[in-house]
Structure formats: structure tokens, C-alpha cells
Design a protein. Structure first.
Lengths: 350, 222
């Protein structure tokens, strides 16, 4: 398989301008798998921006995908606001306890200062270092957890779900203070020379209804994306699980690119909103990328290309969500190779 | 059954579907005052309501917040009725050990499965979240569980599911338990590979699976 003719930045710019490209952009969303590339433990990333950058840059150089995303877990903002995060020695961190044990302390919650609080400064350092190293050839993004999802880490997901039915004002307060953190962090990410990459796991239809999304998530997403646009950047919005009932709202919130999970159909999304937004997705991260063979990855990737390549506003071949840490390198290579094989314009016979 | 009791059972069912905790308590108290059968009130009232709620979830009318509120109403009614259960008349329930595997604290999915299993007449011991594989095995042996139900949302913890089955094998007690798995990153293929007895894609599916597994076992024993 011949390697790429263009740098990722040149490819994305040409693609956006409707000019010829060597292949479709491709983003296997590499998170903590980067630790495996340089042979360190996932837990070593904690508080170590230099190491996160080193791993992410090495992973990019190994696989030659099109966007670097500085990401270790969803909890960095909540942690900076008081949530307790558990860091296993060599696995992805998880939420041990929300920021608030009960609502009595709600009024004492403060937005995080990304330059000071928790691990946010280290993530910002990772972004700056990655930009210094390879920013001239590839886009570096920083993961931002969106307000509604962050709110669930402040009080716990079940508590938030009950509050949506019992105490709407409390939910809005939690989302508002989460938004302030997201805005400050997004601003700092842009100052670091990166683009915020939005992720909103809990806003999924696998959790809340489209109506609840409109009421509790949409207003804050719209303000966050409005700010990012005001700073001259585009916004990619990832929501996990089922999303078909909220695609319109995601577009209306201002997203420039929807990153879709494998519970959503690229083909359906193309017909529904593809004339207004770029799409990104959605090879199964667990079933195919982690557990499949390279041949299965090739098949799934080519199926994705077939579904999305003619999306009117463009398509990025991607995994449906962040890749599991232990995803075999051969499978990540197989995904890129399948996209190279499909070429551009895409050979429809495949 | 008298019309009055029938009406009360229907009201209990509606209270659950309407997420009305207060009404569930009030009506449950009426059942008790009338000397109604607590077991029937739970089965034909509260559980039927939770089943309807599950149906609405399948149809995307209800989502997780609604289901949680329905279950709050169900448990509130249950708390009133439970002390009035005549234990002798009730068949012994199949026991289930459920929990989220070590390394993960996402437990909404597990909680929904637990609620629906209880609603469907299983006796559920919930170990909670972030649970070591050995504890599932120890608890299952201790209480004489029929089913071990394992949940995870994170791929990092999928190996923990296989570890539960390995331990059952090593102790030579694999055939005493049915092991079922569920959660975002899983699939039927994964369940087959680790040698689980079944995979469920959501809470409603988990109930069908659990019922068929204990049903199959009863059939084989007969």
C-alpha cells in the first residue's frame, strides 16, 4: 500500500475547498492507545502533559491519521470542579465520586480555572507541545466535555436524571456552571493553538429524550459552539449511542461536523442532515476495532466509506467513539489502509 | 377478585407508569386496609406498571429519567406492601447476582436490569459497581444464585467478565450458574468467545434472556 501523498492539514484544506485529495480524511480516534505506542502506562499520563504529547505525536506518526485529539478520559473538567477520579495504574481513569454528595452545596460550585485546576493545565501543556511538534502538518484538537455530560459528573448520572424530572432549576444551574468551565477551557485550548473537540456522551438518546435534550443540553451546546465560532474555529460534536432524533438539534446548535457512534446510521444521517454538516464515523470501536481482525476492519471501513463518501458536506472516516486502549495496531493500520485503497474519488466498485 | 381490588391494582400500575410515587404509596395503603393480597398487588399492580414502563422505553416514549422515576414509584409501593406478603404462598424465587465489573462505575444500565429483574420475579442481590470478579463468584455460591449478571460500559473491564467464567471453571462449578453479560461495548460474539450463557442488548432483553435460561434449566431438570 503506497503511503499518503498529502499532509493531513493539506488534505483537509483541499477537501474543504472541493479540490482533489489523495484519500478521504481518516480518524481512528486514538486516546489512551497512544500509551501503548510509546510503551508507557496509561496511569503515567496523569499530570504529565509532556508524556501525553509525546505519546499522541508518536501515535500520529505511526498511523498517519488526520486529526490528533488530546484526550485521556471524560472527567478532566469535572475533576477540576471537585469530582473524584480514580486512576488505575494502566487503564482509563473513571469517576469515583461526583463533585457534590448532595445538592446543599450546589451554590458553592465554581467553574474551573483551566490554567490552575486539576489536570486541565497538563492537558493544555500536551496540546501546546503537540502543536509545536507537528502543528504545521496536522490539526491538533483538545477534547472538551460538554455541559450536560459534565453536569452528570457533578452530581452523578442517576441523580441528574431524577433532577430533570423533579428540580429543573438545579439541572440548569449545574449545566450553567459546567458551561462556564467548558467556555474557559475551550478558550484556553484555542489560545494553545488548538481546536476544541466537543464530546457529550450523556446527551445521547440512549439516555435522554430528544425533548429533554432540547431543554437541558441544547441551550448550553449552542452557547459553547457560538463562542468557538466567535474565535474563528469550527466545531465537531460527538454524541455517543443513538442520536437520530437529535441530529437536527445538533445542527441547529451550530455543529460543523457530527461525529456519530455506530448506534447511528451514516446513510440515514447523510440523507437527513448531510446537506448542512460534515459527518464523521462510525466503525465499531469494540466489536470491530478491538476484537476484529484486520480483514474485518477493512470490510467495516469500506462499508463506512461507501455509506458516507458522497455526503454533500463531506465525510471523515472514523471510529464510532474513542478506541479502546488495547486496540491492536494492525487494526488501526488496516483502517487507514482501507481508506487509501478506496482512494479518491472513491472507487464505487469496492 | 372483587372489582374494587381490580381497580386498585390498575391504579397501582398507573401510578408506576405515571411516575407518581405518592399515589403508589396511597393506593398500596388502600390495598392493605382492604385486606387485599400483597403478592397479587405487587404482581398485577406495581410489576405490571413497570412492565408497561419498560414497553414505553422500548418504544422510545420513555427514556432513562422516566424509567428511574417509574422505578422510584414502584419501590415506594413495594415498601408498603412487602411487610404484608404471606411468604408461605409464594414460590421461591430464582436468585441473581448482579454488578458492574471492577474498573467501571457506570451503573445506570445495571440498575435498570436489576429493577426489571426484580419486577419479573427474580430475587436480585446487587453488588454495586467496580466489583472484583472473585466477589461475583463468592456471592453466587453463598446465596445459591441461578444467574450471574455482569455489566460494563468500558472495554477495559471486559476481561473481568471472562475472569468470572474462568474462576467458575477452575472451581469446577461452571454448570451451577448461568452467566449473562451486557453493556455498551459488548456483543453476542464477545459473549460466545468468553463462554457466557447469554448476551442482552438492553434491560428488556435481559429479562427475556434470564427467563429463558431458568426456564430451560427447569425444563432440563423435569
Amino acid at each position: 500500500m503506497s503511503r499518503d501523498q498529502m499532509t493531513p492539514l493539506a488534505r483537509l484544506a483541499a477537501y474543504a475547498a472541493g479540490e482533489p485529495i489523495d484519500r478521504l480524511p481518516c480518524v481512528p480516534i486514538v486516546g489512551n492507545t497512544a500509551a501503548r505506542v510509546i510503551g508507557v502506562k496509561v496511569g503515567d499520563f496523569r499530570g504529565n502533559g509532556r508524556l501525553i504529547a509525546e505519546a499522541q505525536v508518536a501515535a500520529y506518526r505511526l498511523f498517519n491519521y488526520d486529526i490528533i485529539r488530546i484526550f485521556t478520559d471524560l472527567y478532566t473538567q469535572a475533576e477540576a470542579m471537585g469530582a473524584t477520579v480514580h486512576y488505575p495504574e494502566d487503564e482509563t481513569a473513571y469517576l469515583a465520586a461526583p463533585a457534590l454528595a448532595d445538592l446543599s452545596a450546589l451554590d458553592r460550585l465554581r467553574p474551573a480555572d483551566p490554567l490552575k485546576d486539576g489536570n486541565l493545565p497538563h492537558h493544555l501543556e500536551a496540546m501546546r507541545r503537540a502543536v509545536d511538534a507537528v502543528g504545521s502538518e496536522v490539526a491538533v484538537t483538545g477534547a472538551v466535555t460538554c455541559p450536560f455530560t459534565n453536569a452528570s459528573f457533578l452530581v452523578g448520572a442517576e441523580n441528574l436524571a431524577r433532577l430533570m424530572m423533579k428540580d429543573k432549576a438545579a439541572v440548569h444551574k449545574l449545566c450553567e456552571v459546567s458551561l462556564e468551565t467548558s467556555l474557559a477551557y475551550a478558550g484556553a485550548i484555542i489560545d494553545a493553538g488548538c481546536t476544541p473537540s466537543l464530546t457529550d456522551a450523556m446527551s445521547s438518546m440512549s439516555v435522554i429524550s430528544p425533548k429533554q435534550f432540547r431543554e437541558f443540553s441544547f441551550p448550553y451546546l449552542q452557547r459553547l459552539i457560538g463562542y468557538i465560532h466567535g474565535r474563528g474555529k469550527g466545531a465537531t460534536l460527538h454524541i455517543c449511542g443513538k442520536t437520530s432524533g437529535i441530529w437536527e438539534s445538533m445542527v441547529e446548535a451550530g455543529a460543523d461536523c457530527l461525529s456519530l457512534d455506530n448506534d447511528a446510521s451514516i446513510l440515514e444521517a447523510k440523507h437527513a442532515v448531510g446537506d448542512r454538516v460534515r459527518l464523521m464515523g462510525n466503525v465499531q470501536p469494540s466489536e470491530v476495532m478491538l476484537q476484529g481482525t484486520p480483514a474485518e476492519v477493512r470490510r467495516a471501513t469500506l462499508a463506512c466509506v461507501a455509506a458516507g463518501h458522497d455526503n454533500p458536506r463531506g465525510f471523515i472516516v472514523a471510529s464510532g467513539c474513542s478506541l479502546p486502549t488495547e486496540t491492536p495496531f494492525a487494526n488501526i493500520h488496516a483502517m487507514l489502509d482501507a481508506v487509501r485503497e478506496a482512494g479518491w474519488p472513491v472507487n464505487r466498485k469496492q | 377478585m372483587s372489582e374494587a381490588k381490580k381497580r386498585l391494582f390498575q391504579e397501582l400500575s398507573d401510578a408506576v407508569v405515571d411516575m407518581d410515587e405518592e399515589k403508589a404509596v396511597t393506593v398500596a395503603n388502600e390495598v392493605v386496609a382492604l385486606g387485599g393480597d400483597a403478592y397479587q398487588a405487587i404482581e398485577q399492580g406495581l410489576s405490571s406498571g413497570m412492565e408497561r414502563a419498560g414497553q414505553l422505553f422500548d418504544e422510545e416514549e420513555y427514556f432513562i429519567p422516566e424509567l428511574l422515576m417509574c422505578s422510584d414509584a414502584m419501590y415506594a409501593g413495594m415498601d408498603v406492601l412487602k411487610p404484608h406478603l404471606r411468604l408461605d404462598g409464594v414460590a421461591e424465587k430464582h436468585k441473581v447476582v448482579i454488578g458492574v465489573i471492577e474498573g467501571d462505575t457506570h451503573d445506570i444500565g445495571k440498575n435498570l436490569v436489576k429493577i426489571m429483574l426484580e419486577t419479573s420475579g427474580f430475587d436480585v442481590v446487587d453488588l454495586g459497581r467496580d466489583i472484583a470478579p472473585a466477589r461475583f463468584v463468592a456471592t453466587a455460591k453463598e446465596i445459591g444464585a441461578k444467574i450471574i449478571a455482569l455489566s460494563t460500559l468500558m472495554t477495559t473491564t471486559m476481561d473481568g467478565m471472562a475472569a468470572v467464567i474462568r474462576q467458575l471453571d477452575e472451581e469446577g462449578i461452571r454448570d451451577r450458574f448461568k452467566v449473562i453479560v451486557g453493556g455498551g461495548p459488548l456483543s453476542q460474539g464477545f459473549a460466545d468467545r468468553i463462554g457466557a450463557d447469554g448476551y442482552a442488548v438492553n434491560a428488556a432483553d435481559a429479562i427475556r434472556l434470564a427467563r429463558s435460561l431458568v426456564g430451560a434449566e427447569l425444563g432440563a431438570a423435569a
